[in-house]
Structures are given as structure tokens and as C-alpha cells.
Design a protein around this ligand. Sequence first.
Ligand SMILES: *Cc1c(COP(=O)(O)O)cnc(C)c1O
Length: 428
Amino acid sequence: MRKFEISKALFKKASAIIPGGVNSPVRAFRAVGGNPLFIERARGSRIYDADGNAYLDYVLSWGPMILGHAHPRVVKALKNAVEKGTSYGAPTALETELAELVLKAYPSMDKVRMVNSGTEATMSAIRVARGFTGRDKIIKFEGCYHGHADGLLVKAGSGATTFGVPDSPGVPKDCAKNTLTLPYNDTKALKSMIEREWRSIACVIIEPVVGNIGCVLPRSSFLETLRKLTRSRGIVLIFDEVMTGFRVSFGGAQKYYGIDPDMTCLGKIIGGGLPVGAYGGKKDIMAMVSPEGPVYQAGTLSGNPLAMTAGVETIRELSKKGVYKQLEKKSSLLERGLIDAAKMAGVKTRFYRAGSMFCTYFTDLEVVDYTTAKSSDTVKFSKFFSEMLQRGVNLAPSQFEAGFMSLAHTDKDIDRTVRAAYEALKKI
Ligand SMILES: *Cc1c(COP(=O)(O)O)cnc(C)c1O
């Protein structure tokens, strides 16, 4: 048995002075029980806790570490960068460099603005969409998480789903009333709402693959219909690719599904493990952003040189030939292994994957939206999670989170993971 004594003590100490002992709710392990691991270091596919246990890591800081932890190229560049000072509050060439890399990979965007988190990116994109259209209402989909801004904490998946608090106290009704929600993948409901309400709708924001209730794939016609309807009614279509950007493919889900959104939000991977978000879009829309236009948005640390450095190095590494083929190979190896393991262990699961993000649900229903995702047996998941942890595999501590593959995971790592999964599944 692995021991977690030091993590336990650290958690107790933290809980006395940090709400719930953590700086982001899902980290607290409440959905699965037990104490969170306190991490000391990480390298490649592995993460090490304060008790000295090693784990194969499929959380990857919730997505950013696609190259693996402490990638030598990123570490070296950061060491160099830090010597030159850590923040100037003035423009640098690095910001343009990252912007160029992003725009090249996401041709739907003409211009992009850097911020410090995914939350800031979506919040700002919506403000710009409202400024651009002069309309107030937004549409989001049940189970999609777009960060924790007031108007977006409505049926928001992830932490909210895990804790069963879809609407957070502290969000004024007046603020939430402008957020209309629809079931994901429901083209009929979408059509009828847009026909009824389009005059007041500024934008539709969507996770083109829903990673915040596990991994829910869009039906092929759903995104296409969404694009057509929004375009015909002058509604700004925002793809929240904070998770799927550089993850589902180099060009994100928009490249993968062949959709041209008006605006895109990025985060996670583009910061290479440092705090970064970005939002961008068509020229006329982005011309609204201050100081070019009247919509205000700012940030003391936006475009921070360390964060830009980590982002630039990460994207350059991802631009190398064959990288996404490799990721696909690794991810499909894990997919086949996990599906077979569940079959052999006689446990009913549904497995979904888009590029290098994936989820195993403990259900025999097809998962297409929030309701069907919720049919998953979370008690079984919790047992599975703990058994995997004991076997040295770190999964996200909630059924409603995606797993991620990195370039640092070897075939041997994946083989070990699959064997651990088989043993764990037999025990639940
Ligand atoms: C993680 C995430 C966010 C929020 O990003 P933060 O950096 O945590 O603020 C927004 N949208 C999606 C789709 C995400 O996965």
C-alpha cells in the first residue's frame, strides 16, 4: 500500500488557512474521497508526491503539459528568460512571436489578445461580442465550462457538476438572466431558440469537444448547423478552445471538425504550464478591443515574458513534423488497452476520445450530453480512481474531467497503465 502521510499533514495545514485547502476546487479530491496528493516535482510522464510516491500522470496540470513535465527545451528557455527580468509592463517582441504562432495555427483569427487565464479569455471574448453586436444575451450549453466569470457559472460542468451546485451563490440573478442554456448536441432546441431570440443574442459560446464533463464529442451536423444559424442571424460564434486548442489537433477542434468560428478562446497549452489565456477573432470584431476600439480589457501581467517564452517554446516543439501522429498513436494505444481491459474485467464502460483527450464513463448509455454523462456510476469511478492511484497512475479526481496524453508517455508507460486499469477494474 502506498502511504500518503506527508500529503495528509500538508493538507491539514493548508486547510486551516486556504479554503478547502486548495486554490482550485476539484483538486481537493472531494468527488472521490480521501486527501489530495501534495506534489513536489514532475518530469516527463511522471509526477512525484511529498511522500516520495511516483505516478504516471494523465492530469498534466489539467491539460497544459502536452510535452510532458519539465520539458528540457521549455526549462532551458525559461532559465534564460528569468535572468532578463520577470515582468516589464511594456510590450515585448515575444508577445508578437507567440501571437504569430497562434494565428498561423488558427487561421480563423486575424488578431489575438493575450490574457492570464482561460477565464479571462472567455469573459473578455463575450464582452467584445456584446460590444460588437450591441446585444446582451448569450447562449451556452449544459455541461460546458467556460471559466468562473459570473454569467458563465450556469450549468457549467466540472466542479459545478461534481459538487452538484450548478448555479453558484454570489452570482446576481440579473447577471445570470442573460445566459440562456441549451442541451449539447440538440440541434432542434438550438434552432428553435435562435429563431425565437436571435434579436437579443450577442453570441453562442461552446466547447467544440466538451472536456469539462469528461469527453463529449459533437455530432457532426451539430457544429455545422450551429455555424450556419449563427452566421445567418449575426450572432458571434465563440469556440472556447482553452482545452481543445493544440490538443484535439494542432489547429484545435475547429481544424478537426472544419468549422470557422468568429472568435476563439485559448489557454492551457499555449502557456506551456505558465498562466496564459488568449482570445481572438475576425478583424472587424477584434477592432472593438481597447485601445483600438471602445471595449475595455486590460491586464498588469498580460503577455508576461516568462509565460510567452513557455508558450512559444511549447508551440515550436508541437510544430515539429510527426508530433501529432505520435500523440495519436499513443492515445489510440491507450484507448484500445482501456476498452479491452474493461471488457476482460466485465465492467460496462463507454470510452470517448478526441485526439489526445479522453474519458472512460461507467455507464452503458451512449454519452452525448450533460444528462447522459451524469448517468455514469460515480461510486464505481471513485473506486477505480483509488485503485489506480495505489497502482501508480494519477487520473483526474472526478468522473467529469478529461484525461490527457503527453508526448513524454512511452509505450511502456501506456502498457503499465492498461495493466493497472485491468487490475483496478476487476476490483470494483
Ligand atoms: C480550463 C478551461 C477554462 C478556464 O481556464 P482557467 O485558466 O482555469 O481560467 C475555460 N474554458 C475551458 C473549455 C476550459 O477547459
